[in-house]
Design a protein. Structure first.
Length: 494
């Protein structure tokens, strides 16, 4: 029953918070404790899955492939734990950045509604229910972007929800094709049939439709344009939560579907994904380099960084998959941390525009350190986790003989360093512009949250070995889909 709790508990927390939304202190304290509870639960699930293997639950005791299947392997458990920890940090950070009106208008229930959708997507073993959880995420995230009702937020939310609805159409169309061909939407059952039937026409067409749907959520080239147009519009606490969760759900589902369902034209899919990964990395980092708003720079870097994850997936060796998983963990923590640090800059100086910033290293050295750690991690500077993530990915690329995408990854890393140094020089190192005092009050809780996450980033680098070992085990499970199939269907493989 541990599998149902990450879905049921956020729903329960959401209901409680809806009926107490006028009690601000209760909302803040309860949300923090509830998110800590979800993190502990995810840690227990990860421990169980690491020791005993994939854990499954058949709702209503219906045997698979009938009924609703919940399943957690190591990848799902890792994503659950990282997402829950990000939520804890955002809950600590939120009171200083989400005004009272937004907090009492449903901010906290919406966050748990988002977590319910994210957790459901990680744990479902059924494609249709995957679609349902995607829609739960869409609903919560759309309202969070629009919460407050400013003109800029509404413009951003309309762009976000429009492209998301289009992605949903592709998702449903792909589901219809698959069900018409195989008569099942249970992912384990479908993967088993794909490996036992000699011919399944239209499967590549369905997979391409799925790819479009997931690419929109993951912000891959060429479907990324909605992200920088919408992520800079809400308060930075909401943007940080999205950066650490939403795009990574798209990446998770791509990992899951690729490992289970790509059995035809494997070479085509590898080349296709390598090209998409290279374009995503390159376009994202070049667009980031041209921006002067901290939030837009970091938003374009979300796009660039997911390209590294898709690179590891496309290579699809055990080492490359493990590197991509480790890199995903690092990115969820480091990218969230940079947005939180950017919010501290705003509180201190009243602007996100680098042209109006400066002198923060001299006036607020601790705030400078809180940005420096995750920024250098994203740039791949040792001994921070971004270095190990990129090192393992590049190593996997060389081992697989994919030299061109490896060269692109190295070049993009240099441009990422350029962008991070640009923010550092403009906001922290150069002299403050005339008339800019930079003496605003920074909230204690916001500093504490950013410091906690910066410490987690450092620890992820220090303990890169153990985390990489767990990632390696998760990669072994992904590389051999019969681990997943046997856990659900109890079919003796091969």
């Amino acid at each position: 029953m541990i599998l149902i709790l990450p879905i049921i508990l956020p729903l329960l927390f959401m209901v409680i918070l809806i009926f107490t939304r006028r009690w601000l202190f209760f909302q803040q304290a309860f949300s923090l404790l509830a998110s800590i509870g979800l993190t502990v639960l995810a840690a227990l699930l990860l421990k169980q899955v690491y020791i005993d293997g994939a854990t499954t639950l058949q709702m209503g005791s219906w045997p698979a492939p009938y009924g609703i299947t919940l399943i957690s392997d190591l990848l799902a458990a890792i994503m659950l734990l990282t997402t829950s920890f990000v939520a804890v940090v955002v809950m600590i950070y939120s009171p200083g950045f989400i005004d009272r009106e937004r907090q009492t208008a449903g901010y906290y229930p919406l966050v748990f509604g988002l977590l319910m959708g994210v957790n459901g997507a990680f744990l479902t073993g059924d494609i249709f229910n995957m679609y349902v959880w995607y829609e739960v995420m869409l609903t919560s995230s759309f309202v969070l972007i629009a919460l407050g009702g400013s003109a800029e937020q509404l413009r951003g939310s309309i762009k976000y929800v429009t492209i998301s609805f289009v992605a949903s159409i592709f998702f449903v169309a792909a589901i219809g094709i698959l069900y018409g061909q195989a008569g099942t939407l249970n992912m384990a059952d479908l993967a088993y049939k794909m490996r036992t039937w000699e011919n399944m026409p239209y499967i590549n067409g369905a997979l391409m439709l799925f790819f479009v749907a997931f690419s929109v959520k993951a912000a891959l080239f060429p479907f990324f344009f909605w992200l920088p147009a919408s992520y800079h519009t809400p308060p930075v606490a909401i943007t940080a939560l999205f950066a650490g969760t939403l795009t990574k759900v798209g990446i998770y589902t791509m990992f899951r579907f690729y490992s289970l369902f790509v059995v035809q034209d494997v070479l085509f899919w590898k080349i296709f994904l390598l090209v998409i990964a290279g374009l995503t990395m390159s376009v994202g980092v070049l667009m980031a380099a041209s921006q002067f708003d901290i939030r837009k720079i970091l938003s374009f870097h979300i796009i660039s960084q997911v390209g590294y994850m898709v690179m590891g997936l496309a290579i699809f060796s055990t080492n490359a998959i493990a590197a991509a998983i480790y890199f995903t963990i690092h990115n969820m923590l480091s990218k969230t941390n940079t947005f939180l640090a950017g919010g501290l800059v705003y509180q201190r100086s009243g602007s996100y525009d680098l042209k109006h910033l400066g002198g923060l290293y001299k006036t607020a050295p601790f705030l400078a350190l809180l940005f420096f750690i995750p920024a250098m991690s994203l740039a791949g500077i040792p001994p921070l986790p971004g270095f190990f993530g990129k090192f393992f990915l590049i190593k996997g690329g060389f081992e697989a003989g994919d030299y061109f995408i490896t060269a692109v990854a190295i070049a993009v890393g240099l441009f990422t360093l350029f962008s991070m140094v640009k923010i550092w020089n403009e906001a922290y190192w150069k002299k403050a512009p005339d008339g800019e005092t930079g003496n605003g009050k920074v909230g204690t809780s916001a500093i504490a949250a950013t410091a906690v996450l910066a410490a987690a980033v450092v620890l992820l680098g220090i303990f890169a070995g153990p985390v990489m070992e767990i990632s390696q085990q998760a990669a072994i499970q992904l590389a051999d889909p019969y681990h997943y199939i046997e856990a659900v269907l109890n079919i003796s493989s091969k």
